[in-house]
Ligand binder design. Structure first.
Ligand code: SF4
Length: 366
C-alpha cells in the first residue's frame, strides 16, 4: 500500500515583505479525459499540484521531456486552459475569477509565442497585418501610430528592411523569420510577460541560437518577464535566471539556474544534463549518459516517487513514498528522498539500483 503523501504547502502570491509576484501558479492541477479503446476512458493528470512564481523582469525556464506537462502549464498561465484545482494569479488576482474586461487587460499584458510558427500565424495576412492585429484588437493608437509601432517591432526582431518584409506573406519567409514575426507580434503590445513554448524546436538549427539571443536581448532591454518552456536544458542555461524541472506533471527541482545546473539535486535533472551532447573532436558530439527508458504514461503514473522506475539511485521505499519539494540549499528545492534529513553541499553519486536501503549511508560524498 502506498504511504499517504503529506500535503505540500500551498504557496501564496504574496512573497516576503508583502511583495506581490507578477505571476503565481498556486497548486494547479489539470485533468484530461483520454479515450482508451472504443468505450473506456482514462483520466490523465497533466499537471499535478504545480506551484511557481515569476517576478517582474525575471526569466524562468520550465524544462522536461515531452509529456511532462510543460505545454499544459503554458496554456494554464496564459488563461487558455482552466486548472481543475488551484489557481493562476496575476499581480495577486486570480485570472480564473477575472471579469471579461480584466481578462482582456491580462491578455494585453501577457503574450504567448508558440512552438509552430507555421500554424500560429494566419497565412492569408501579410507580416505587417499580423503584427498590427493585436494593436487593432486592443484599440491601441491611431492607424499612423500603429504603422510606426509595427515598424519598430519588426526592426527590433531584425526583420529588415521593413518596407520589403511587411508586405510579404508568411509562406514567403523561412522558419526562423516566421518565428521572428511571432516574436514581433508578441512584443508590439509591450507586454510585461511573455510565455514562450518551445519557440525554437521547429526552427532550423542555424536560426535557433540567433532567436534565443534575440529573446534574451529583448528581455534585458524591455525588462519583460519570460516563462521559457523547453525540453532542452542546455538552452535554459543560457536563457534564464531560474529553472523548474518537470517530470510527469510535477516540478521535481527548482532553483537559480546556475546552482541547479552546477549541482543538480534531483536524479532526473542530473540525467537530463548528462544527455546534453558535448562537442567532441572525434565524433562531433557525444553524450555523457542517456536517460534510461521512456517516461511512464501520465494516465497511470507509478506509485511512490514517479521517477523510481528510471532512477539509478532508487532505494528501499522509493516505490511507496511520494516525495514533495523540499528546500535542500538556499533557494534550491528537490523532490527526492535522498535529501531527507541531509544538508546541501553534496553531489549525487550513482549507485547500483537497490544497493542501498533507507537509513544506511545515503549521504552523497561532499
Ligand atoms: Fe530516485 Fe528515490 Fe529520489 Fe525518486 S525518491 S528520485 S526514486 S532516489
Amino acid at each position: 500500500m502506498n504511504a499517504p503523501a503529506s500535503p505540500s504547502p500551498v504557496p501564496s502570491p504574496i512573497k516576503g515583505e508583502g511583495q506581490l509576484a507578477l505571476l503565481s501558479v498556486l497548486d494547479a492541477s489539470v485533468v484530461f479525459t483520454a479515450r482508451k479503446g472504443l468505450f473506456a476512458a482514462a483520466r490523465v493528470r497533466a499537471l499535478d499540484g504545480v506551484s511557481l512564481h515569476l517576478d517582474k523582469g525575471e526569466s524562468l525556464s520550465v524544462v522536461g521531456e515531452s509529456g511532462s506537462g510543460k505545454t499544459t502549464l503554458a496554456r494554464v498561465v496564459l488563461g487558455l486552459q482552466r486548472p481543475a484545482q488551484g489557481q493562476v494569479a496575476y499581480e495577486g488576482k486570480d485570472i480564473g475569477r477575472a471579469s471579461e474586461g480584466q481578462l482582456k487587460e491580462f491578455r494585453r499584458r501577457a503574450q504567448g509565442i508558440f512552438q509552430d510558427p507555421f500554424s500560429s500565424l494566419d497565412p492569408y495576412m501579410t507580416v505587417g497585418q499580423i503584427v498590427e492585429e493585436p494593436l487593432v484588437i486592443h484599440h491601441v493608437g491611431s492607424p499612423a501610430q500603429r504603422v510606426d509601432k509595427v515598424r519598430q517591432a519588426l526592426e527590433e526582431v531584425r526583420l529588415t528592411p521593413v518596407s520589403e518584409i511587411a508586405p510579404k506573406f508568411t509562406h514567403q519567409l523561412s522558419g526562423g523569420q516566421r518565428q521572428r514575426v511571432a516574436i514581433a507580434r508578441a512584443l508590439v503590445l509591450e507586454p510585461e510577460l511573455i510565455v514562450a513554448d518551445e519557440p525554437v524546436s521547429m526552427v532550423d538549427a542555424s536560426s535557433r541560437a540567433e532567436i534565443l539571443y534575440l529573446m534574451r536581448e529583448l528581455q534585458e532591454r524591455h525588462g519583460t518577464a519570460f516563462l521559457y518552456i523547453t525540453h532542452d536544458i542546455a538552452t535554459a542555461y543560457h536563457f534564464s535566471q531560474r529553472i523548474a524541472v518537470m517530470y510527469l506533471g510535477r516540478i521535481v527541482e527548482t532553483g537559480p539556474t546556475r546552482q541547479v545546473i552546477g549541482n543538480p539535486l534531483h536524479p532526473y535533472t542530473q540525467a537530463l544534463l548528462q544527455a546534453v551532447p558535448e562537442p567532441d573532436p572525434a565524433n562531433r558530439f557525444r553524450r555523457r549518459g542517456m536517460l534510461a527508458g521512456e517516461p511512464p504514461s501520465p494516465a497511470n503514473p507509478p506509485a511512490g516517487c514517479r521517477f523510481h522506475p528510471r532512477c539509478p539511485y532508487a532505494f528501499e521505499g522509493c516505490d511507496r513514498d511520494d516525495p514533495h519539494l523540499l528546500e535542500v540549499t538556499q533557494g534550491q528545492e528537490a523532490a527526492c528522498r535522498l535529501w531527507k534529513g541531509l544538508t546541501a553541499g553534496a553531489r549525487l553519486t550513482e549507485r547500483a539500483p537497490g544497493s542501498a536501503g533507507e537509513g544506511d549511508d545515503r549521504k552523497p560524498p561532499s
